[in-house]
Ligand binder design. Structure first.
Ligand SMILES: *Cc1c(COP(=O)(O)O)cnc(C)c1O
Length: 406
């Protein structure tokens, strides 16, 4: 008699987005004449850039010709793409990353979920609270997180590091055991960024404690301030203790196209074993590589034209972020984020719970956002709005919010 992986049954379920969908559906059905504005989406809305489309077209034609056809991709990804990453994402910022430390993937969600494969189940993970739910959920699926306590909404074997207004949404160094530390900056959902000084503290901590940092830099392209590092490897010693995960989703609109990469430095060695070799082994066995057409599409964002076009996309979202942020401030809200990230994180008015504020916005002004408590217990009392919509929608949502009498 076979048995299932019981860890899956312990997951609390993706109640956040399904609850939102249910509430929105019920409201829409009861009020079919109301126009809802969705500022809760975590997906991009602008189309792929012309240079990306053109590279894809050429690659498609190559695939139809025996002389230029491509079969299985190399395990680590094509050199043309890894070399573009090495030069543009790292060398241009004074960071030396070798081409065989870069692993091209089908996105940051897969990699941040799968990286746990190369670590023992005995490790204790530490996560920012609130944060992107993939880190905790995938560790739970592999059986690393202990027992889920419904009352506290926490797993017994996870070190939660509260990120609140008091610490500018960058956590204190943990006092509990923390072997694998997940950091995500600029952060989803708080929109916070970490300075080089702040990140260096984490790197120093990891080196001293023998911890490894999994650094999710999916929103690197949104960084505007000079003192915010784009890569964890801008910190001294990070190549000895950190893995970095990147994505083409939020900077270039590849959410439906799928492309990302992970950097595992060769200096990252645990008990004499190279993590780079372990991850290479994993990729070679459990991953068939991102398609040639998509890797060519990714290469195109590093051309002069591609850089210009992707910059325009990010600027467009950042302008939305600014409009929302400033508008909410004018309306008297306490607002965070939105300066180096496409997320605006606000304090709910009058100490409302995150869900009460969600209901209030939905029912009174027909604006849909995301309750902060859905990203972790310390998100209670906060609310997330995203900048991925149109400018018209952002402006109209603000207009409605400003008219609220709360
Ligand atoms: C959107 C997002 C990702 C997902 O990236 P993909 O490359 O599309 O899988 C990863 N990390 C964070 C924090 C995100 O918000």
């Amino acid at each position: 008699m076979y048995k299932i992986n019981d860890n899956y049954t312990k997951l609390p379920g993706s109640y956040l987005f399904s609850t939102i969908a249910k509430k929105v559906k019920a409201y829409s059905e009861a009020n079919p004449d109301k126009k809802l504005i969705r500022l809760g989406i975590g997906d991009v809305t602008l189309p792929l850039a012309p240079s990306v489309i053109s590279a894809m077209h050429s690659a498609v034609d190559e695939m139809g010709n025996a002389a230029t056809f491509h079969g299985y991709a190399p395990d680590l990804g094509y050199e043309f793409l890894r070399s573009a990453i090495e030069n543009n994402d790292y060398k241009a910022r004074g960071v030396d990353i070798a081409i065989d430390e870069i692993f091209v993937s089908d996105g940051a969600k897969s990699d941040s979920g799968n990286i746990g494969d190369i670590f023992s189940l005995d490790n204790r993970i530490a996560v920012c609270d609130p944060v992107y739910p993939v880190y905790v959920d995938t560790n739970a699926m592999s059986g690393r997180t202990g027992v889920y306590d419904k009352a506290t909404e926490k797993w017994t074997n996870v070190t939660y590091m509260p990120c609140t207004a008091e610490n500018n949404f960058v956590p204190e160094l943990p006092t509990e055991r923390a072997d694998i530390i997940y950091l995500c900056y600029p952060n989803n959902p708080t929109g916070a960024a970490a300075t080089k000084e702040q990140l260096q503290k984490w790197v120093d901590f990891a080196l001293k404690n023998g911890s490894v940092i999994i650094y999710d830099a999916a929103y690197e392209a949104y960084i505007r301030h000079e003192d915010i590092p784009h890569s964890i490897y801008e910190c001294d010693g990070a190549k000895k203790c950190a893995i970095e995960i990147r994505s083409f989703s939020k900077n270039a609109g590849f959410t439906g196209t799928r492309l990302g990469f992970t950097v595992v430095p060769k200096e990252l060695v645990c008990d004499g074993v190279s993590l780079n070799a372990l991850w290479a082994r994993r990729c070679g066995t459990k991953f068939n590589g991102a398609p040639y057409i998509i890797q060519r599409a990714g290469e195109a964002i590093y051309s002069e034209q591609g850089k210009k076009e992707t910059r325009q996309m990010v600027d467009f979202y950042m302008n939305n972020a600014k409009v929302i942020r400033e508008g909410l401030k004018d309306a008297g809200f306490t607002v965070y984020g939105g300066e180096n990230a496409p997320y605006i994180w606000l304090k709910t008015p009058n100490n409302m719970t995150s869900w009460d504020f969600f209901d209030y916005l939905l029912e009174n002004v027909n604006v849909v956002g995301t309750p902060g408590s859905g990203f972790g217990p310390s998100g209670e009392g906060y609310f997330r709005l995203t900048a991925f919509g149109t400018l018209e929608n952002s402006l109209e949502a603000l207009d409605r919010i400003k008219k609220m009498t709360i």
